[in-house]
Design a protein around this ligand. Structure first.
Ligand SMILES: [Zn+2]
Length: 100
């Protein structure tokens, strides 16, 4: 989860201990910090904030994928199965020369 903080655009957040600038509000007056950031709680005490909705990696609507079971097709005969173990057993039994 990330949080967006609102403040004065261009304003630097200073580390009170070191006096060094830590973060700077962007031109929109925003800083986005993830919730594992050690300064998050301190920021929350001082600035308005809101959780940032996670951005969907795949923005496209979910396709109706009805995945066909993976098929093992025997190259030596017409045998086919979607069970790997059964396929190996078939090869071993019907085409023993193919199994090393
Ligand atoms: Zn076969």
């Amino acid at each position: 989860m990330k949080y967006r903080f609102f403040g004065e655009p261009g304003l630097h957040i200073m580390d009170s201990e070191t006096g060094h600038p830590l973060y700077k509000f962007n031109d929109n007056g925003e800083i986005i910090l993830s919730d594992d950031n050690p300064f998050l709680k301190r920021m929350m005490n001082h600035y308005q904030h809101e959780p940032v909705e996670p951005v969907a990696v795949n923005a496209q609507p979910e396709q109706d994928v009805t995945a066909e079971p993976f098929k093992f097709n025997c190259r030596k005969c017409s045998f086919e199965t979607n069970n790997h173990g059964a396929f190996l057993a078939h090869c071993k039994k019907e085409h023993p020369k193919e199994v090393k």
